[in-house]
Design a protein around this ligand. Structure first.
Ligand SMILES: [Zn+2]
Length: 603
């Protein structure tokens, strides 16, 4: 779902050439201080035609839609594919397909001469999984049959271009670590925050679109600092947990993940998440992160790429590895150097508990990885859940620990080392609940809402796998070790938090039962239940998570100059983090979406 020029060119004529498109107008702009319009004026008459023209598209009323156009040789329609003149052949040549949604905002009219009115609006259209937006124009002329459209154009935003400026007015602004600002004004221009503060401080630019968000709560976009785009949220990408490869060949599953991450991108935005940190997977996640950064329909993304592992893992493809066994110093250093050259955002090490006899060698490799990462300037991310292993990770210079220590209470030495490193800890409390759901044949719907999850993933999550296929996982789940470890994880979270160690929110999404997107609600609620306040959880899920990604200079809070990534909620998430489920609008890079617009597309 990138805003590529070719897609824009393909899509734009559809808005006008098709005879139908359903409406999706969850975001409506308000015109503040608009002078009263005389109902008989040219502008008022043209406005009625303009609105009826768009309404006819929403209602899929082809005859009425065409009736608003000048039905002569002078009708001019223009777009990226060139000028098209005359009405006669147009209805016959129109494309028979139409967009899934067309959102029209910021309708403006200017009387340019008696009997002639210029109009423009900001459109966004979604078609076959691709979304594009841009500016469309009309020239209305007076005829004996009333005002008609004589000129119609539509031009998509070029890739990388920001949507037109917009101001959000009247909501409560909640920035991490700052007092809330009621009746706030957030001015967005060129995809960035131009001003965020009181209405006196942040005056909307004249002429720019204004959206009334009175009674709503605005926070920076949520950030999940622990995800895996190399996993689906179900067992088909984890045959090591439950092996369904006969039905879901692993290479096909991975190929699909690489080919089409869009359903997950959409689920993230739909859930209010505007950035994710992919902390380990196949190498294709690295260019995927770059593409996501340019897109307005995907969360921003940083990616670590393939992981170094303290033991060989078979979850690779013959031609593509996501786990690279640390069998020697040279392979460790070559991997770090290669990842650095490919543009990886971090180095991830999967540091496991091995038999005693093998641990010294693994420890040596971890230290080599830490040294190589430091030389390359890559932040070191370590998966280590046993206290001694996690301490070794800190010794190696880990900047991020992606899991809680679950084998026992952390001690002062651990806290001292974490503080010295400036380590950020991601507690990842709820990922095992997902595995337990799969093991016990439960849908995760009891833990988090599934509306944002695409139909295919949802049907997998709601499917009960035959018990014979999940025996091994069921034995672990029923054994109770996960239940016993959870209080330890929560206790360690409290200890770290009280000691001032920065905590970032991360779900481990992609793992079975942990869906990309809405899993953040369950994780944030678990952090609150473990003893953090809602405001602290919100900070962990915005500014601290941005810092974990190395992106806190440009995301994570709503301040002048930062990217305009934000969420508008119906209820205050800083009073109770459960209110974060009540997403109303999401802005990514200045593109404002109503939540309804971000729900999964029908397939
Ligand atoms: Zn993970």
């Amino acid at each position: 779902m990138n805003h590529t020029a070719s897609r824009t060119a393909l899509l734009v004529p559809l808005i006008f050439g098709c005879h139908a498109a359903p409406s999706s107008t969850a975001v409506s702009s308000v015109t503040v201080g608009k002078p009263a319009e005389d109902a008989r004026s040219d502008t008022a008459q043209a406005r009625r035609v303009f609105e009826a023209n768009i309404d006819a598209i929403h209602k899929r009323d082809r005859a009425r839609y065409l009736s608003y156009y000048l039905q002569t040789d002078q009708l001019a329609r223009n777009g990226p594919s060139g000028l098209d003149l005359g009405f006669a052949d147009w209805p016959a040549r129109r494309d028979s397909t139409w967009p899934d949604t067309l959102v029209a905002r910021d309708l403006r009219l200017v009387p340019v001469a008696p009997g002639m009115v210029y109009g423009t609006y900001h459109y966004r259209v979604t078609q076959a999984g691709a979304t594009s937006e841009g500016i469309s124009e009309r020239v209305f002329v007076r005829t004996p049959a009333g005002f008609k459209i004589a000129v119609s154009t539509a031009f998509g935003l070029p890739e990388g271009a920001a949507p037109p400026p917009v101001t959000l007015l009247g909501g409560t602004l909640i920035n991490p670590g700052a007092a809330a600002v009621s009746n706030a004004s957030i001015v967005v221009r060129d995809g960035r925050i131009a001003c965020a503060g009181t209405r006196a401080e942040c005056v909307p630019p004249p002429g720019a679109e204004r959206v009334d968000v009175s009674g709503k709560f605005i926070t920076p976009g949520l950030i999940d600092a622990h995800v895996h785009y190399s996993q689906t949220g179900w067992v088909d990408a984890r045959p090591d947990a439950v092996d369904l490869r006969a039905e879901h060949p692993y290479d096909s599953v991975i190929a699909a993940l690489q080919r089409n991450p869009a359903p997950f991108d959409r689920a993230w935005l739909c859930s209010g998440v505007t950035a994710v940190f992919d902390v380990g997977g196949f190498a294709f996640t690295i260019p995927m992160a770059r593409a996501h950064e340019r897109s307005l329909t995907a969360p921003r993304m940083a990616a670590a790429g393939p992981l170094l592992s303290s033991r060989a893992h078979w979850l690779n493809l013959p031609f593509l590895q996501q786990f690279i066994a640390m069998t020697g110093d040279s392979i460790v250093r070559a991997t770090v150097s290669g990842l650095d050259q490919m543009g990886a955002g971090a180095l991830k090490v999967w540091y496991l508990q091995l038999p005693d006899s093998l641990q010294p060698q693994a420890r040596e490799m971890l230290m080599a990885a830490g040294d190589a990462a430091r030389r390359a300037g890559l932040p070191l991310i370590v998966h280590a859940t046993q206290l001694p292993r996690a301490k070794e990770a800190l010794t190696a210079g880990a900047r991020i620990l992606v899991h809680s220590v679950d084998t026992g209470q952390i001690d002062d030495a651990f806290i001292t080392a974490a503080r010295r490193n400036g380590t950020i800890v991601i507690p990842t409390l709820t990922v095992r609940e997902g595995y337990a759901d799969v093991a016990l044949g439960r849908s995760p719907a009891a833990r988090y809402p599934l509306e944002c999850v695409d139909a295919i993933t949802r049907s997998k999550l709601e499917r009960v796998i035959p018990e014979a296929r999940r025996t091994r996982l069921l034995t672990v789940a029923r054994g109770g070790v996960w239940d016993r470890q959870r209080p330890t994880m929560e206790l360690n979270l409290r200890k770290l938090h009280e000691a001032g160690i920065p905590i970032a929110m991360g779900t481990d999404a992609g793992n079975p039962g942990t869906a990309h997107g809405p899993s953040v609600y369950r994780e944030m609620e678990a952090m609150q239940a473990a003893g953090m306040t809602a405001r602290e959880v919100l900070r962990s899920a915005t500014l601290i998570a941005a810092r974990a990604m190395g992106r806190d200079a440009d995301i994570g809070s709503l301040e002048r100059g930062k990217h305009a990534d934000l969420v508008v909620f119906d209820a205050d998430p800083s009073a109770d983090i459960a209110n974060a489920r009540r997403v109303r609008m999401v802005m990514r890079g200045g593109a404002l979406y109503g939540r309804a617009e971000l729900l999964p597309m029908a397939r």
